[in-house]
Design a protein. Structure first.
Length: 114
């Protein structure tokens, strides 16, 4: 299974970014997919997940600012990030899970700074 994330970059506080992740090598429709992040010196934390049925779950710190979505036809999951804050800075990892099997992508850097 491979996960290829893209869309990270440098953005000013208050700006927006859209992350994308293409998943291959698995029946994408059946997977829970999501985004985690790891800031410098911090543990990896869940940002948002979306189930095979479309149910979403968000970290409290991003509720109302981030939106996760999936396109099963394109084997892709997206994270739209609005009103970005410096504390959103970190490496964002795409994740997928089906039953007891899970996989991580390599991550994409998001830096929020003026």
């Amino acid at each position: 299974v491979q996960l290829q994330a893209s869309g990270g970059g440098l953005v000013q506080p208050g700006g927006s970014l859209r992350l994308s992740c293409v998943v291959s090598g698995t029946m994408f429709n059946y997977n829970v997919v999501g985004w985690y992040r790891q800031g410098e010196g911090n543990q990896r934390e869940m940002v948002a997940t979306i189930s095979s049925g479309g149910s979403t779950n968000y970290a409290d710190s991003v509720k109302g600012r981030f939106t996760i979505s999936r396109d099963n036809a394109k084997n892709s999951v997206f994270l739209l990030m609005n009103s970005l804050k410096p504390e959103d800075t970190g490496v964002y990892y795409c994740y997928r899970r089906w039953g007891s099997s899970g996989s991580w992508g390599k991550g994409t850097q998001v830096t929020v700074s003026s």
